[in-house]
Design a protein around this ligand. Structure first.
Ligand SMILES: Nc1ncnc2c1ncn2[C@@H]1O[C@H](COP(=O)(O)OP(=O)(O)OP(=O)(O)O)[C@@H](O)[C@H]1O
Ligand SMILES: NC(=O)c1ccc[n+]([C@@H]2O[C@H](COP(=O)(O)O)[C@@H](O)[C@H]2O)c1
Length: 413
């Protein structure tokens, strides 16, 4: 085997091509060269549309994306033979075609009879090789999941598996949640030809898959650094894989320029707000208010009837944590800092924690119901409003901020 010249052929959907599809070739070439093989060429063979896999885009799109993806490689080429056939072609047949094709080139080259039209992707590479080439072996390059699919009943014919591993050979790149060595051990035919199966360990894990890319695109999430930029650009231009130029998850802009960044928990500093002129929001019983009050103005007391429905504050801390205090009536308000919260008479008056509604859960409702019915201070409608207020708080937090719950009564967003 040592010293043999090899062409690596990868069959798959490439729907869309990912960085890992390309990286597989690099990993395999490094490994094979260490074992003494000479890797002449990599070939990518996208499957025919008739393969019928769910969500499979037309070969036209997949080929266009592959061409873009392969622009940055000087040794991996596209072979569109498979996708141009009448229907799906079994992988063993695809391998045989390419092997015969290359054998013909070698023979024709030896006879000085090479037709350039017939060998667009291989001619130059082959012509640059020295003198006589005895044999070039086309090996199937695949991920461990494809190897393990040999075990799926009815998917592969036994004679095809034997042909692939016996006559061509397999180069298998390990993949998350796979165990190719064990799979080979468990299979008689794979064990029989195990010297023809080379397992390449992917030590620098990259678990990207076309499925995950499609999922992210459908959600309008970024796929940068996972697939080539040129492929991203193609997807955007053609609005494929459910990707839309209109971001489905962007909320309509709110009238106040509430551009607060979402802080990570480690960034949160309640003691160092950096005031700006941005407006903030305040929440009170089912109502979300924007604020234009100057930052210097003090807090309206939470429990004041006038202010309960009109709490407007203007604390302005972009990128800073915002603290929300919930009072005994279920009103939420954003406080400037901890000192303000402590100074706030109403909050202090409600010091008994059992009277403060939890912003984290509704588990205190029973207790509160009893308390209020005893006091007679809250009607059923009030309680309904109280629950709605909780929903408002949640809506507010999750649409405008991140969240960190610091206690039953305090939440950092
Ligand atoms: N992260 C990966 N690690 C190892 N091999 C991979 C990886 N992603 C793809 N491959 C291999 O690339 C070849 C072609 O893959 P295919 O087009 O089926 O990609 P895929 O990402 O597995 O697709 P899908 O998620 O749509 O099933 C297969 O042999 C597959 O095992
Ligand atoms: N019997 C066969 O030859 C056979 C069966 C299943 C998959 N395949 C090939 O394996 C590849 C699998 O691609 P996916 O992982 O995208 O399904 C395709 O190229 C497909 O043609 C071949």
């Amino acid at each position: 085997m040592t010293g043999k010249k090899v062409v690596l052929l990868s069959c798959g959907s490439f729907n869309p091509p990912t960085n890992m599809h390309l990286r597989m070739f690099e990993l395999a070439r490094d490994h094979l060269q260490k074992l003494g093989f000479e890797v002449l060429l990599g070939l990518v063979s996208p499957v025919h549309d008739g393969y019928g896999k769910e969500g499979l885009l037309s070969a036209t799109h997949r080929i266009s994306m592959l061409k873009l993806a392969l622009q940055d490689s000087d040794w991996i080429k596209l072979s569109d033979w498979e996708s141009c056939q009448e229907n799906h072609t079994r992988t063993a047949v695809v391998l045989k075609y390419h092997q015969n094709h290359i054998n013909n080139i070698i023979n024709n080259k030896l006879n000085d009879n090479v037709n350039e039209q017939d060998f667009p992707w291989f001619l130059n590479d082959l012509q640059s090789l020295p003198g006589a080439i005895n044999n070039i072996q086309v090996k199937l390059l695949c991920g461990a999941d494809l190897l393990e699919s040999f075990g799926t009943p009815g998917l592969w014919a036994n004679e095809d598996i034997e042909d692939i591993v016996g006559n061509h050979g397999l180069v298998v790149v390990t993949r998350e949640n796979s165990n190719p060595h064990q799979f080979i051990y468990m299979s008689d035919v794979l064990t029989k030809y195990m010297t023809n199966i080379i397992v390449v360990n992917e030590w620098i894990r990259n678990d990207v898959s076309s499925t995950k890319i499609r999922r992210a695109l459908k959600r309008n999430e970024s796929v940068k650094y996972l697939i080539p930029d040129k492929v991203i650009d193609y997807i955007r231009r053609h609005e494929i894989f459910g990707w839309s130029n209109k971001n489905k998850y962007l909320l309509p802009p709110i009238p106040t320029q509430n551009n607060l960044l979402t802080p990570s928990p480690v960034d949160i500093s309640m003691d160092s707000p950096s005031p700006t002129n941005l407006n903030c929001m305040s929440i009170c019983n089912n109502n979300l208010f924007s604020s234009n009050r100057p930052a210097s103005e003090s807090y309206p007391p939470i429990d004041s009837n006038v202010n309960k429905n009109n709490i407007l504050n203007s604390f302005k801390h972009p990128g800073q944590a915002v603290q929300i205090i919930t009072d005994s009536f279920g009103d939420h308000k954003i406080v400037k800092n901890r000192q303000d919260a402590v100074k706030d008479n109403e909050v202090r008056a409600a010091g008994d924690q059992s009277t403060l509604k939890s912003s984290r859960s509704c588990t205190n409702f029973d207790k509160l119901d009893t308390r209020w019915s005893l006091q007679g201070s809250k009607s059923n409608d009030d309680l309904k409003g109280y629950k709605n207020c909780d929903e408002n708080l949640i809506k507010f937090i999750f649409t405008k901020h991140g969240i960190q719950v610091i206690s039953d009564i305090e939440t950092i967003v």
